[in-house]
Write a protein that binds this ligand. Sequence first.
Ligand SMILES: Cc1cc2nc3c(=O)[nH]c(=O)nc-3n(C[C@H](O)[C@H](O)[C@H](O)COP(=O)(O)OP(=O)(O)OC[C@H]3O[C@@H](n4cnc5c(N)ncnc54)[C@H](O)[C@@H]3O)c2cc1C
Length: 284
Amino acid sequence: MIPAQFDYLAPTSVADALSALAEAGDDAKVMGGGQSLLPILRMRLNAPEKIIDLGRIEELRGIRDEGDHVVIGAMTTYADVLASALVRQHAGVLTDAITEVADPQIRHRGTVGGALVHADPAGDVGAPALALDTEFVITGPGGDRTVAAADFFVDLFETAVGEGELLTSIRIPKHTGWGSRYEKFVRVAHQWSIVAVAATVRVEGGTIAEARIGLTNMGSTPLRATAVEQALVGRAATDDAVREACAAAADGTNPPSDLNGDADYRKHLATVLTRRAVLAAAGG
Ligand SMILES: Cc1cc2nc3c(=O)[nH]c(=O)nc-3n(C[C@H](O)[C@H](O)[C@H](O)COP(=O)(O)OP(=O)(O)OC[C@H]3O[C@@H](n4cnc5c(N)ncnc54)[C@H](O)[C@@H]3O)c2cc1C
């Protein structure tokens, strides 16, 4: 299908994009890589009068080392994150998850910021972002504000980014020396996650010292498996010890039921994938 007619703007600075957004109000939609937005427009599920394309704003691209944090501009593509040694070294679980996103074409156009603001609960970057305690920098007419990962994902397709605001970057605290694994369960290649688990673990002398676990598609937003994180601390990184701690992986979740599996099946999957992800992250 062909999208409804719209005006197209391509500002070259965040300031200009914000002015354009303020002027257009409800009638505008910003575009990152267009990989979720364009299908929506083509299906006429949305028909904004103005598209504000962020693709020419250089200040929104790139990956920087800022001491304790790795900073990723919102318009940085998946492909650029995958190619980054800095991200691989300090936030490996994000690299692991992006390896599993769609196909190379989508990874070359789609952006990390667009994916996070789109906030599809089956999307693959939300859970690692949550597990890594990412900070989200949101910019509006009044300047920047920083939102913690726990407050960013509000509901299905809804985040803390308000009308007239942009996600401009994410700041990831370095998890240097932590092991990582993203376990994604799908029936066919390139499918969206039926369930997936992002695990990053710090092991000291064979014992799990710290663990962070994010769950994909186990509710209306990405979720943290905090009960498992706590249960893992101080345990040996062995199959039996990890299996016992991961039994609580689905606690507090509310997964969907659909043609790929019902909620109970997804809860079972979550415990299995969490065990696999933690063992792999711990080098077991
Ligand atoms: C066939 C197909 C398969 C896919 N498979 C997967 C998969 O397996 N796993 C997965 O995780 N994803 C998958 N995706 C989705 C893909 O990851 C998209 O790229 C991503 O969801 C959106 O990123 P984008 O940059 O293209 O954003 P866009 O599509 O441009 O925008 C998405 C939404 O975010 C808003 N937005 C974008 N950038 C900003 C910003 N900086 N500030 C404020 N608002 C913003 C837009 O207004 C829009 O509402 C798939 C997509 C397709 C088409």
